[in-house]
Design a binder for this molecule. Structure first.
Ligand code: SAM
Length: 429
């Protein structure tokens, strides 16, 4: 039997309320105003670090479990609460803490009710009490939003959707990319990590990144293993490489560490500043250019061009679950249109016989396979080049020669972000 909640006497303390209030503000910014959780969290910088961390954790749990939380709430109300009503938001917050953070029931009630003071306090109290008394079964992995499940099932099949549900429920491992292969192997051995590819180490720990061994030394940077794959498509002998849409620079650092001469272009000055700081920390170098890739003219062609285009980022749904709510069909279509323009532009800077790599951290075929298929239909001097010799063995090219990383791959090792990449080779003149 589930424990009964002492609903008649919620704790009088306001301890923990500030964190919940901040979580509420973050969710409002994300769900109503389309912000990312990272940027919404900037608004709570005045909080004590522990409270801010708790607020982000609670908001993250809500975003991971929203469809299930809403189904629970709807099962306990006679009239459906509007999606953006405060009562629904506060109930989501409380239930997510119960399921995802194991918060005791008396603390849930005590921290939920002050959030609706002067508002629907009785309603929230009643619904929460009903649900807690009924008992919350969270044994099944969370469902993704219905439209996303339909879209991904049509594109990738039911098994991939089931794997995505399992992935969103679990905390992703931390992947580090290293400047040197030897350093990665030694780090994995010394710090209990696993190396799943050259220059890669996966750590299964939740330490803050700056407190990890070697952070100050700059021998590594944080980069999901899937995000490290596109740079591995650049041929080792390409001396002069253009990295378009480069910031914050995970791929630029890989390229610089592999010995390529890198020109890194990005539109956003603030993000280029982060790239510059990342290069400083790692002791790597690249020529940085703040420019719009759609209009910038480099004045020469390159041995290889990497275009890691802006996208819906739905492949990062494990760590940034809000992407599932932002990636509406219109957003995906607009994004695909921009990607097509950027890819056509990038192709102009590839020398005859050179390589063009296109990538997106998206699970939408419209932004991956479709963009490249449309490009190839209009650019007969480019052909698909396949996975190439630097790819880890667990990655196989698809029938069309593309790389497509889906939920379920390496699941027992902790999985990867969803990703798409294609290596295109320009015919020699
Ligand atoms: C997916 S992120 C790139 C991540 C980066 N390649 C890395 O490995 O860290 C996309 C980047 O494209 C940049 N961007 C968007 N539109 C652009 C444009 N028209 N020209 C240049 N950069 C652009 C954004 O500022 C953003 O930094």
């Amino acid at each position: 039997m589930p424990a009964r909640c002492a609903l008649a006497s919620p704790l009088p303390s306001t301890e923990g309320v500030a964190a919940r209030r901040a979580a509420l503000a973050m969710l409002d910014a994300v769900l109503r105003r389309g912000r990312t959780l990272d940027s919404a969290a900037q608004g709570s910088r005045g909080l004590a670090p522990a409270d801010q961390g708790l607020a982000i954790a609670i908001a993250g749990e809500v975003l991971r479990r929203l469809p299930d939380l809403d189904a629970m709430i709807d099962s306990a109300t006679r009239q459906r609460l509007p999606d953006d009503s405060k009562a629904r938001m506060v109930l989501r917050l409380a239930l997510a803490q119960k399921i995802g953070l194991g918060t005791p029931e008396h603390a849930l009630v005590a921290t939920a009710l002050p959030l609706v003071d002067g508002g629907p306090r009785r309603l929230v109290h009643g619904v929460l009490g009903t649900l807690l008394r009924r008992g919350i079964d969270s044994s099944a992995p969370p469902r993704l939003p219905e439209d996303v499940e339909h879209r991904w099932e049509a594109a990738w099949g039911a098994d991939v959707v089931a794997a995505a549900r399992r992935q969103i429920a679990s905390r992703p491992a931390l992947d580090l990319s290293f400047a040197s292969a030897e350093a990665a192997t030694a780090y994995a051995a010394d710090h209990g990590g696993v190396s799943l590819a050259t220059r890669h180490v996966r750590l299964d720990n939740a330490q803050a990144i700056p407190s990890l061994a070697g952070f100050g030394g700059g021998g590594w940077w944080v980069q999901d293993l899937a995000a490290s794959l596109p740079a591995r498509l650049i041929p080792a002998d390409a001396a002069d490489v253009l990295d378009l849409c480069s910031a914050p620079g995970g791929k630029a650092m890989q390229l610089a560490a592999a010995g390529h001469r890198v020109t890194a272009v990005d539109l956003a000055e603030s993000r280029l500043k982060r790239l510059s700081e990342n290069l400083d920390r790692t002791g790597l170098s690249a020529n940085l250019v703040a420019a719009d890739a759609l209009s910038w003219k480099p004045g020469r062609q390159f041995d290889a061009v990497l275009l890691d285009a802006p996208c819906s980022a739905t492949g990062t749904f494990r760590r940034h679950s809000e992407v599932l709510y932002r990636a509406r069909p219109r957003v995906i279509a607009d994004s695909a249109a921009l990607q097509s323009r950027l890819l056509a532009r990038a192709a102009e800077w590839v020398r005859p016989g050179g390589t063009l790599v296109y990538s997106v951290c998206s699970l939408e075929p419209q932004e991956g396979e479709q963009v490249v298929a449309d490009f190839l239909a209009r650019h007969d001097r480019f052909q698909v080049g396949g996975a190439g010799p630097q790819m880890p063995a667990f990655v196989a090219a698809t029938d069309r020669g593309f790389l497509r990383i889906l939920p379920g791959l390496l699941e027992s090792e902790g999985g990867l972000d969803g990703f798409f990449a294609a290596r295109l080779v320009r015919a020699a003149d």
